[in-house]
Design a protein around this ligand. Structure first.
Ligand code: UD1
Ligand code: CA
Length: 467
């Protein structure tokens, strides 16, 4: 079989995004839109992937280097963005420097078309090969084709040309068959045609799409393959396109998780980053966002409005409504929320309960312990079966440094206790409500620090009248 090379065009400025970030770094499902395009290119198993970069090149390269440490692709630099035809000229120059042959095929992908799938590309590749055309296009028909290149056909329905929106006549603008910007080229045809491109158009750019007309001129017309779903070839040019592409990606992504046994009360309002992993029988309420490297084991329920980033949630745990969790590990059958906040470094053992308005940071809480109400636990090591009363606070910061609080197994902490860290409480001790703990508490003892209560009898009546 002939050699396949993939070019990814990603040098454009993305003016219509009105952003300081390069367009291809804007996120879809929590990762730059260029990432699924690179993944798709690699999934085609080509001999080589050449990525055309220009605008914001350093930023793009830095992001990709993190995700593809083994540098799965070569970069072709397009210093000045003079159009898609020029971008391909740059890619071809790099390609020719790296390989000797003229033969083979070149698949051109666009960095701003992130929802394209491998089966669709395969269909286009197969169809183009069967038709023995030097140029295959991915097309679709849109109710509103505004902004896209329109596919012009001759009287025999052969593809005549692609005309860009800016250059189209009123009649041409009415055509709803559009060019998806994804192509399979015979390398020789591409090489012969690309040098002759001219910027004789409204944009003053070198249009790759002019090669479609050339194919017709040399009597080897381009062939179109229709994408099964128009959204697959949705190009992102502005923020509205980005939102549409995100919505489509989310719909498809959530459908795939539901197929794998995840229940979603309202899939349109369930937000899962591409990197999240879920087990079967996870239940997600409306408005739940699972982000980053989050992993959720089976039979976990996450109630509405909760945001969970970079967390591991053990089997059967429940996250009640409106909780915010980041960088936490939650043990099996634990219960968190409603309105709880877990910050990085939180590790909860099995069956731990964290209730409303409780904040935990960089703390380990062992199995069967509870902190059910209005509490701050920071830099703490808490043993098992500890009861943390309402309003308990670790005073972990002295204005300069953080200090640890250690609470051993089966300690009972009364409400409104402060632990002035560093401090340690021994196994089974009891802290009386309202105590400020400043010294170590030995195992099995009661710690109490209170000002003795005074009652001034009849005081209320003796108080002078107001005003
Ligand atoms: C292009 C097509 C249009 C098609 C549409 C599909 C051309 C002339 N037009 O239009 O027919 O309907 O895609 O989405 O090709 N790029 C570079 N260097 C440049 C210019 C662009 O690398 O100098 C890259 C961009 O980063 C982008 C891709 O090429 O990823 C497409 O460029 P864009 O300017 O978005 O083209 P469209 O106007 O959308
Ligand atoms: Ca585009």
């Amino acid at each position: 079989m002939s050699e396949l090379t993939v070019f990814i065009l990603a040098a454009g400025l993305g003016t219509r995004m009105r952003s300081r970030r390069p367009k291809v770094l804007h996120h879809i499902l929590g990762r730059p839109m260029l990432v699924p395009v690179v993944d798709l290119a690699l999934a085609c198993q080509p001999n080589r992937v050449i990525l055309v970069l220009g605008h914001g090149r350093q930023q793009v390269e830095a992001e990709l280097a993190q995700r593809y440490p083994d540098l799965a692709f070569q970069v072709a630099l397009q210093e000045e963005q003079r159009g898609t035809g020029h971008a391909v000229q740059c890619a071809l120059a790099t390609h020719d420097r790296l390989s000797d042959g003229n033969s083979g095929e070149i698949l051109v992908l666009s960095g701003d078309v992130p929802n394209l799938t491998l089966p669709t590309v395969q269909r286009m590749v197969d169809h183009t090969r069967v038709q023995k055309s030097p140029l295959g296009l991915l097309t679709t028909t849109l109710a509103d084709p505004t902004g896209y290149g329109r596919v012009l056909r001759d009287d025999s329905q052969r593809i005549l040309a692609v005309v860009e929106e800016k250059d189209a006549s009123v009649t041409q603008k009415a055509i709803r068959e559009i060019n998806g910007g994804i192509y399979l080229f015979d390398a020789e045809f591409l090489r012969e045609g690309i040098a002759g491109l001219e910027a004789a158009n409204a944009a003053g750019e070198l249009y790759l799409t002019d090669l479609v007309a050339r194919a017709h001129q040399v009597d080897r017309p381009a062939v179109a393959t229709a994408a099964p779903e128009p959204e697959e070839v949705l190009g992102i040019n502005d923020r509205a396109d980005l939102a549409r592409a995100e919505a489509f990606a989310r719909k498809r992504h959530n459908a795939s998780w539901m197929q794998q046994g995840v229940t979603m009360t309202d899939p349109e309002r369930t937000y899962l980053d591409a990197s999240v992993r879920l087990a079967p029988d996870v239940l997600l309420g409306p408005g739940v966002a699972l982000l980053g490297e989050t992993e959720v084991e089976s039979e976990v329920e996450i109630e509405c409005g909760s945001v969970v980033k970079d967390c591991t949630i053990g089997r059967g745990a429940r996250i009640l409504a409106y909780s915010h969790l980041e960088g936490a590990t939650i043990g099996p059958l634990a219960q968190v929320g409603p309105f709880a906040r877990l910050r990085p470094g939180t590790r909860l053992g099995s069956r731990v309960r964290i209730g409303n308005f409780v904040e935990v940071k960089n703390s380990t809480i062992a199995e069967d312990s509870k902190a059910n109400h209005l509490t701050y636990l920071g830099d703490a090591r808490i043993g098992r079966a500890v009861n943390v009363g309402a309003g308990t606070i670790t005073c972990n910061y002295d204005g300069r440094q953080k200090h640890p609080t250690t609470i051993e197994d089966e300690v009972f902490i009364g409400s409104d206790t402060q632990f002035v860290a560093p401090v340690t409480v021994g196994q089974g001790a009891i802290i009386a409500a309202g105590t400020t703990v400043t010294n170590p508490v030995p195992a099995g003892s009661l710690a109490i620090s209170r000002v003795p209560q005074q009652n001034l009898e009849g005081y209320a009546h003796r108080r002078p009248e107001k005003g």
